[in-house]
Ligand binder design. Structure first.
Ligand code: ANZ
Length: 489
């Protein structure tokens, strides 16, 4: 027994011994002393991103699982602790640019170094079960799953909006856009529509919500709330303002301007409609209105981040186009509003400035009429400043709304939805904030999408037997364009 603990000696000899006997190699059927299969336990930690060096968060994380491993093993379990590297992604591209080396080289060097650090901790890892996300033998299975999901229609292609840097000719991540400019070029960022692959996660919105509400025992309330806000279920009415706006002899969107509202009870308070800058009516009006075209272009320069859009100054311009109110047939002017998102609902809203705070700000700025249709007993309405109670669903009653007068929120929504349905112009609808997940990031250092873009027959899935589609590892991104486009092979 030594009287002083010398980690360099003691730990080294223990590690050497464990290595010599392959102490942490997991076997599939370990037996107890009676010859029965031991109970299995899979102790997989979060796999690290190979950023360069382990940090103390890693040390804590892996120590916890290491302790659990040893405890369970001493209690007769057959334990498996694998390890792996979450090795694709943008930091490797950034490091590659800074050091002028391929991301692959930087990544593999980091993995080698971090592995020596893990080894020096003596973690009970079965290194024969190591995986590295940027290696073809691993991402082959990403590609295989992609093809399976494509086959099932869970993965599909459509145009999506991205941040486009016009100088560097590249797609930027949200965090690479600083005050509307590219982090490297300083260029004003454009929103650009490009074809991308998406996973249809919105098909699972209700199931996800059910899990958040009922099947996450023990999860903190805060996490549940965040999850359900992210899914963002919204119950309302989708309806159309009919119109006769034609382009090349054809009615635009079949002569209907669709909107989604959670406040159908305020339908008689509509004093304008607002569409997103990307909406078909906006595009059409801009063709003959250069000022509007400039405004739309300016809107497209802005952020694609929803939180930014919520707080920015409300701006708009009239299109000169009119639609008809579905219940009164009154003409309603269509505006383009920078606060209307093309990606939510139908990319258009009915403007009810008396009862919606954004519409109120908009109407004040552009001197549009404000028409009160909800009254709360004991409150006095004002057209000059906004009050929270204007949107009160609990205590509000319809006024100035013809035969809906006196109804409360739910009664009015039901009656109005029924009347719109009878006209064939609307119905109750559930909308989710959750968006389908864009899985092609248009960058280099990631799993290649296993599709062949054939000039004759379009996008064709790579046959399963030809997987993996291998990513070249010798590209050095320089920040301009995608390095794969410049790769000869
Ligand atoms: C008229 C109205 C009157 C509204 C009122 C609210 C209060 P959530 O709860 O998030 O679903 N909206 C609909 N589509 C939009 C889009 N593409 N971009 C921006 N806003 C949009 O919110 C639904 C409400 O958000 C809808 O109800 C609509 O404004 C607006 F007193 O319609 B509301």
């Amino acid at each position: 027994m030594q009287d002083k603990y010398s980690p360099a000696e003691v730990e080294k000899s223990a590690h050497d011994h464990w290595q010599a006997i392959d102490a942490y190699k997991a076997v599939e059927h370990a037996k107890d002393k009676n010859g029965n299969d031991k109970k299995k336990f899979y102790a997989c930690s979060m796999l690290p991103y190979p950023s360069g060096k382990l940090h103390m968060g890693h040390v804590r994380n892996y120590t916890i699982n290491d302790v659990m491993y040893r405890y369970l093993r001493m209690n007769g379990y057959n334990v498996l602790m694998p390890m792996g590297w979450d090795a694709f992604g943008m930091p490797a591209e950034n490091a590659a640019m800074a050091n002028n080396v391929p991301p692959a080289q930087w990544t593999y060097a980091n993995i080698a170094y971090m592995k020596t650090q893990m080894a020096s901790m003596g973690l009970a890892i079965d290194w024969s079960r190591e995986m590295t996300a940027c290696k073809p033998e691993y991402y082959k299975w990403n590609q295989w799953m992609f093809l399976k999901m494509l086959e099932k229609g869970i993965i599909y292609k459509k145009t999506g909006t991205v941040n486009w840097d016009p100088i560097d000719q590249t797609v930027l991540a949200n965090e690479q856009v600083i005050d509307g400019r590219g982090w490297r070029s300083g260029a004003l960022i454009e929103k650009r529509e490009i074809p991308m692959y998406y996973a249809r996660i919105t098909d699972y919105a209700e199931e996800l919500l059910d899990h958040v509400d009922n099947k996450l025992p023990g999860w903190p309330e805060r996490v549940r709330t965040m999850q359900s806000n992210w899914i963002g279920k919204s119950t309302g009415v989708r309806f159309a303002f009919p119109h006769e706006i034609e382009e090349d002899g054809k009615l635009i969107n079949d002569g209907k301007l669709w909107v989604f509202t959670t406040r159908a009870d305020t339908i008689k308070g509509v004093t304008f409609c607002a569409v997103a800058p990307e909406h078909a009516l906006a595009t059409f009006a801009a063709k003959t209105n250069p000022e509007l075209a400039d405004f739309i272009a300016e809107c497209k320069l802005g952020s694609v981040i929803e939180a930014d859009m919520a707080t920015m100054e409300k701006k708009g311009m009239p299109t000169g186009l009119f639609v008809k109110h579905p219940l009164t047939s009154a003409l309603v002017e269509v505006w383009v509003g920078n606060y209307v998102l093309i990606t939510y609902g139908d990319g258009a809203v009915m403007g009810v400035p008396a009862h919606d705070e954004r519409d109120f700000a908009f109407a004040q700025k552009y001197v549009l009429p404000i028409h009160q249709v909800i009254d709360v007993e004991g409150k006095t309405f004002s057209e000059v400043s906004w009050h929270d109670w204007y949107a009160d669903k609990e205590n509000g009653r319809c006024i100035n709304s013809g035969h809906y007068d006196g109804l409360n929120h739910q009664q009015a929504v039901d009656a109005i939805a029924a009347d719109l349905a009878a006209l064939g112009l609307g119905e109750k609808k559930i909308t989710y904030r959750l968006r389908d997940w864009g899985i092609s990031r248009q960058r280099y250092w990631g799993t290649p999408i296993p599709m062949i873009n054939c000039s004759a027959c379009g996008a064709v899935p790579v046959p399963e037997k030809d997987l993996p589609v291998v990513l070249p590892e010798d590209c050095v991104p320089d920040g301009s364009g995608n390095p794969l486009n410049k790769h000869e092979a």
